[in-house]
Ligand binder design. Structure first.
Ligand code: SAM
Length: 328
């Protein structure tokens, strides 16, 4: 009995992490940088109940402004009108929102023509995949616990996407591989740039990172999320301005024991005059311009053990090389 109870608690705990809902201002803050990508496109939000998703709300509000062709949105299980209804019914709902709904200015979700799914709306289900195939760009905050699988599916179906994930996702080898191959990159906002998520009623709020907004929503500022995308942004074509020098300051840049590279603790300290490999923190990727730097390797030295300095492992490091090294 105790075992069953523990297991149930464990499932409840890990699934609760999936119930972080995105706020409209955070969606607006990010989406403003991608307007040109959406003209005449079908957008798919595939972990979003049309009756309560702020992603759907954003795209419906901006339907004309973005020049969208269609929005498809599908929830997971039946979340009814309550964000945190845990689904007594397994059946989800979906909606295909197009210009004739928009032109009639229908705002009531039911009147828009929501349909019942035959299944629970799992993004891996046949039904959801058929909707994915009809779409051009996927935009959502997917379930955190299934992030690898979720991205894998987007890549498999060659979809454009803009999604929220945990910063740790960069350290998953499958995700880092995509970043290294320049198939995926970080969006504009991350960490404090995402103001917080709406959490369920029973989620304990403590500390300064939590608040209740004017609509009574319980908000947690996690400071550990980012946007991941394969839509081009201006940011990734801007060089990081380098002001530091290696030669003359060698002691500030110790070498790793198990890789011929120097360590840098902050992106702004990358030296402009160093020709070899440099280990930088993962937050470097937020400013990464593939025309300026090359990504060499992640986390491990030549011996495939974690990078270390004098026997001590540093934080995760990404090994990079400056393509435009300059000596003044
Ligand atoms: C992090 S929440 C974000 C919800 C919504 N996309 C948003 O941004 O407000 C992830 C959502 O994915 C749903 N979910 C969990 N497992 C899923 C699955 N296998 N397929 C589709 N959605 C799933 C959860 O119920 C939850 O609503």
């Amino acid at each position: 009995m105790e075992k069953i109870l523990n297991r149930t608690l464990h499932i409840a705990k890990s699934s609760k992490k999936d119930e972080f809902y995105t706020q409209l201002p955070d969606i607006e803050n990010e989406l403003q940088h991608y307007k040109e990508h959406f003209k005449n496109k079908v957008v798919f939000c595939n972990s979003d109940d049309p009756r309560n998703s702020n992603f759907f709300k954003y795209f419906a509000y901006n339907f004309e402004n973005l020049g969208l062709k269609k929005i498809i949105t599908i929830g997971y299980k039946n979340q009814e009108k309550n964000l945190f209804f845990q689904g007594e019914s397994e059946k989800a709902v979906f909606l295909e929102y197009h210009s004739s709904i928009h032109d009639k200015k229908i705002t009531n979700a039911e009147e828009m023509g929501i349909k019942n799914c035959t299944g629970n709306g799992d993004f891996r289900s046949k039904e959801s995949i058929e909707l994915l195939k009809k779409s051009d760009i996927v935009v959502t905050n997917p379930p955190f616990s299934l992030f690898r699988e979720y991205v894998d599916q987007l890549v498999k179906y060659e979809k454009k996407f803009l999604i929220i994930g945990n910063i740790n996702a960069i350290t998953y080898k499958e995700i880092f591989k995509l970043i290294k191959e320049n198939k995926v990159w970080l969006g504009i906002n991350m960490g404090r740039g995402i103001s917080g998520f709406i959490v369920p009623e029973d989620y304990k709020l403590f500390g300064t990172e939590t608040r209740i907004d004017k609509n009574g929503n319980r908000i947690v500022a996690t400071n550990n999320c980012l946007w991941l995308t394969n839509l081009d942004t201006l940011r990734r074509h801007e060089d990081i301005v380098l002001t530091k020098k290696y030669y003359g300051n060698e002691r500030a840049y110790p070498k790793f024991d198990n890789y011929d590279a120097i360590n840098v603790n902050k992106t702004q300290d990358i030296p402009m005059d160093y020709d070899g490999v440099i280990g930088v923190p993962i937050t470097f990727l937020h400013k990464y311009n593939p025309e300026q730097f090359e990504l060499i390797k992640f986390r491990k030295g030549n011996d495939e053990k974690d990078l270390s300095i004098n026997g001590q492992c540093t934080y995760f490091r990404i090994l990079i090389k400056n393509k435009r090294r300059s000596i003044f």
